[in-house]
Design a binder for this molecule. Structure first.
Ligand code: NAD
Length: 263
C-alpha cells in the first residue's frame, strides 16, 4: 500500500509535540505540505524546523495561534485560507474530581477540545466540498466512550468530538469529503509523560513501565496492557487522510489497544 499525499495541504492543530507532531511528521513524509500549529511563536517555529529535518517531502509552514478562543481560530484561518486535510488534534486533559472541578475547567475543555474543531471545520469544509475532495479527522479518545471517572469533563468533550464528526460526515454526504474520528487509548505523548512524571520519580521506573502500570490500574480492560506510541496513532490518521480511505466516513476508528469492551 502506497500513500502519496503530494500536492495536498494538511493542517494539524496542536502539533508542536505529542500525537499531533507525530501525525504531522507522517503526513509530511507521505508528501503533504504540512502546517504546524501551537500556541507560542517560538515553539511552533522550532517544531516546524524540526519537521523539515525529519524527512518532510513537501513544504512546512508554522502558524502560531491559540485555538482556545474564536479569535485565535479566526487568526489561523486568516493566515491559511484553505486546506485539503484538517486534523483536529489540539486538546487538553486535566484530571480533576467532579466535585472539585469548577465551570472554568469545563469551559476550557469545551473550547479547546470541541469548539476549535467546530470552528475550523466550519471554515475549511466549504472549500473541500467545492473541490469535491477533503479529509477532516477529529482526534477524539476512548474516553469519549469510557468516560473516565477522574476527568468526566474531558470524557464529555471527547464524546462531543465523536458526535460532531459523525454529524459532519452526514452533512458532507455524497461529496468526496470524508469526516472521521480517531479514538486513541492511553498514548505516550509529552502531555501524558508530564502527567506521569511524579509517579516516575517516586518509583524510579522507566516512563514505559509507569505508563503500563497506569494502563493496568486505570484502564484495566486494555488488551495490549501498555500505552500506545504516538506513531501507532499517526499510522491510522495518515491512512484516513489518504485517497485510499475514500469509503470510510462517519466512522469512529479505535486505536485504543482494545480497551473499549464492546463489539
Ligand atoms: P500533548 O499535551 O502532548 O500535546 C498537545 C498539543 O496541543 C501541543 O502541541 C500543544 O501546544 C497543543 N495545544 C494545547 N492547547 C492548545 C491551544 N489552545 N491552541 C493550540 N494548540 C494547543 O497532547 P497529546 O497527548 O499528544 O494529545 C493530542 C490529542 O490526542 C488531544 O486531543 C488528546 O485529547 C488526544 N488523546 C490523547 C491521548 C493520550 O493518551 N495521549 C489519548 C486519547 C486522546
Amino acid at each position: 500500500m502506497q500513500i502519496d499525499l503530494t500536492g495536498k495541504t494538511a493542517l494539524v492543530t496542536g502539533s508542536t509535540e505529542g500525537i499531533g507532531y507525530a501525525i504531522a511528521r507522517q503526513l509530511a513524509k507521505a508528501g503533504a505540505d504540512v502546517v504546524i500549529n501551537g500556541r507560542s511563536e517560538e515553539k511552533t517555529a522550532k517544531a516546524g524546523e524540526r519537521l523539515k529535518g525529519e524527512g518532510a517531502q513537501g513544504t512546512v509552514t508554522a502558524i502560531a495561534a491559540d485555538l482556545a478562543t474564536a479569535e485565535g481560530c479566526a487568526a489561523l484561518v486568516a493566515k491559511l485560507a484553505r486546506v485539503d486535510i484538517l486534523v483536529n488534534n489540539a486538546g487538553i486533559f486535566q484530571p480533576s474530581d467532579f466535585f472539585d472541578t469548577p465551570d472554568e475547567v469545563w469551559d476550557r475543555h469545551w473550547q479547546v477540545n470541541v469548539m476549535s474543531a467546530v470552528r475550523l471545520s466550519r471554515a475549511y469544509l466549504p472549500s473541500m466540498e467545492k473541490a469535491n475532495w477533503g479529509r477532516v479527522i477529529f482526534i477524539a479518545s476512548e474516553s469519549g466512550f469510557n468516560i473516565p471517572v477522574e476527568m468526566i469533563h474531558y470524557g464529555v468533550s471527547k464524546t462531543a468530538d465523536i458526535a460532531v464528526a459523525r454529524g459532519l460526515a452526514k452533512r458532507m454526504a455524497g461529496t468526496g469529503v470524508t469526516v472521521n474520528s480517531v479514538l486513541p487509548g492511553p498514548t505516550l505523548s509529552e502531555g501524558v509523560e508530564s502527567m506521569l512524571a511524579n509517579e516516575r520519580e517516586k518509583t524510579g521506573k522507566s516512563i514505559e513501565e509507569v505508563a503500563a502500570d497506569f494502563v493496568k490500574q486505570h484502564r484495566s480492560s486494555s488488551l495490549i496492557r501498555r500505552a500506545a506510541s504516538v506513531d501507532e496513532i499517526a499510522n491510522i490518521v495518515t491512512y484516513l487522510a489518504s485517497p485510499l480511505a475514500s469509503a470510510t466516513t462517519g466512522a469512529s476508528m479505535r486505536v485504543d489497544g482494545g480497551l473499549i469492551d464492546t463489539l
